[in-house]
Design a protein around this ligand. Sequence first.
Ligand code: PNS
Length: 160
Amino acid sequence: MIAVCPGSFDPVTFGHLDIIARANLLFDRVIVAVGQNSTKNYLFEHEERLELLVAATVDMPQVSVYSLAGLLADFCREHGAQVVVKGLRFASDFEYELQMAHLNNEIAGIETLMLPAHQRWSTLSSTLIREVAWCGQDVSGYVPALVAERIAGKVKSREG
Ligand code: PNS
């Protein structure tokens, strides 16, 4: 069975990678769908977010990374995926994911599996990482080394 892990991944964190790795244990194949939401202001361009996800999942052979444009339900249909896997941290995550899950089920019969975020990453968010990094703090404890390096580069170029 094929599962999809969708997200903005701006940037990918150890919290995302934990969910992807756990989905990888449960399903034959996992497709990471990197979203592009025109209403969002991303720190990393879409191509760079894709590149960072590919690098971060290089040791997971059953995991592939694709760009998500349009509806997630259509993406799942196109890739033969029956399940969407999402990580849950807070009650507020659940409320949003429940809406998405119902809609995706109605549109395309897609099931959604919600995995509780690992305790260690349960309060981590890409938003927080961006804010902390922008204040010059090292974020290498929360994101892959390449991501930490790229953020530091962006902060430096802003200062320069
Ligand atoms: O990490 P994010 O920002 O919560 O990820 C958002 C993403 C890309 C997963 C979400 O915006 C999404 O699923 N977009 C696809 C568009 C879509 O299907 N919207 C309706 C959901 S039923």
